[in-house]
Unconditional design. Structure first.
Length: 132
């Protein structure tokens, strides 16, 4: 598979690892991974946000983007998938925080799990699939 175990010998610093950026699917890569910069567990939080958006919309993020277009719009310009106006603020806020361009602006997975478990109304995840 494309998963990579982060081993202690791969560590470059506290919560900092390095990747070639050549393996994996670009649509799910955090900007720092795509730019072949050191990254930490916050890169997985970014990937989670893209996957969550796909589950909520039943669409594929950045479908049919070329490598060049993905780099220009997503990595350089910071474009992200559209959020439906009908979604609750808590969902939109969670996604925006998780796919923040700066890794230090992303929440930890513990924080994400707490928000999902305790901060979402019971019917929040019943999406209308729209992305208007």
């Amino acid at each position: 598979g494309l998963a990579k175990e982060l081993k202690p010998c791969d560590r470059e610093g506290h919560d900092q690892y390095h990747s070639s950026g050549l393996a994996g699917t670009r649509r799910y890569m955090a900007p720092e991974v795509a730019e072949v910069s050191p990254y930490g567990f916050s890169a997985d939080v970014y990937s989670f946000a893209i996957l969550l958006w796909e589950m909520l919309t039943l669409n594929t993020a950045f479908d049919k983007y070329s490598r060049e277009r993905h780099y220009k719009e997503i990595i350089v310009e910071g474009k992200r998938p559209n959020l439906s106006r009908s979604w609750p603020f808590v969902i939109k806020n969670l996604l925006q925080r998780c796919w923040a361009a700066k890794p230090s602006d992303r929440p930890t997975f513990q924080s994400v799990c707490e928000k999902i478990k305790f901060g979402l109304p019971d019917q929040t995840l019943r999406s209308d699939r729209s992305t208007d």
